[in-house]
Design a protein around this ligand. Structure first.
Ligand SMILES: *Cc1c(COP(=O)(O)O)cnc(C)c1O
Length: 221
């Protein structure tokens, strides 16, 4: 059986190789460990293995796990799943980073908590109905709105291309996200997952969100 340590070594090797091939420094890319659906113990194991940035999709699920974690110095928790406004308060309490801000209304609700929060805008670049996110044409207004809110720091953009076996099909989405981030002077690019992280790093990703390659297959929710 492959252990978490084995898988982490493998993922680290892939990130390292992709950075090298792209002429980028390894420190430019953060590995976000996506622990959705896995029990709290998996987060604790990942922390013990050296991981510090964690991604979760569901506010309610993480609310159940968080009390079991205890203090984990240096750990940061990112919400990477869609956030409904009625869960924004809870999300603001549980997470340090909200990567899925997609409306000014949601941003205002988060800022109203008066807690310093790092946020990213989820951009919807594909036509799939199931995908949330801000349409590219609505980005200028949303970026302006967030910049005016006192408690939010906008650090970048995130996106999720339609899933495909063929990782090259992710490339145009990643490239588009990088161009948009450049346009708005935003440094952070949360893009790339287990299967397409190499392509994402070639296209400038600063954060790859990796679940399956670290923790194995998830049960369906
Ligand atoms: C589940 C999820 C991931 C991780 O996907 P893997 O293919 O398991 O690496 C990354 N980003 C988002 C937004 C997710 O929902």
């Amino acid at each position: 059986m492959e252990t978490l340590a084995d898988r982490l070594t493998e993922v680290e090797g892939r990130i390292e190789a992709a950075c090298q091939a792209a002429g980028r420094a390894r420190e430019e890319v953060t590995l976000l460990a996506v622990t959705k659906v896995f029990p709290a113990q998996v987060l604790l194991d990942a922390y013990a293995a050296g991981l510090r940035e964690f991604g979760e999709n569901y506010v309610q699920e993480f609310e159940g796990k968080a009390p079991q974690l205890g203090p984990l110095p240096g750990a940061r928790f990112h919400l990477i799943g869609h956030l409904q406004s009625n869960k924004s308060r809870k999300a603001g309490e549980l997470f340090q980073v909200i990567q899925t801000v997609d409306s000014a209304k949601l941003a205002r609700r988060l800022s109203e908590m008066e807690k310093p929060l790092e946020v990213m805008i989820e951009v919807k670049l594909s036509e799939e109905d199931s995908k949330h996110g801000c349409a590219p044409e609505d980005l200028p207004a949303l970026v302006d709105a967030i910049h005016e809110l006192p408690h939010l720091t906008l650090t970048g953009l995130m996106t999720m291309p339609p899933w495909s076996e063929n990782v090259e099909l992710s490339r145009p989405y990643f490239r588009r996200l990088r161009e948009l981030a450049q346009q708005f002077g935003l440094p952070g690019l949360s893009m790339g997952m287990s299967h397409d992280l190499e392509v994402a790093i070639q296209e400038g990703s600063t954060m790859v969100r990796v679940g399956t390659a670290l923790f194995g297959r998830r049960k369906k929710v």
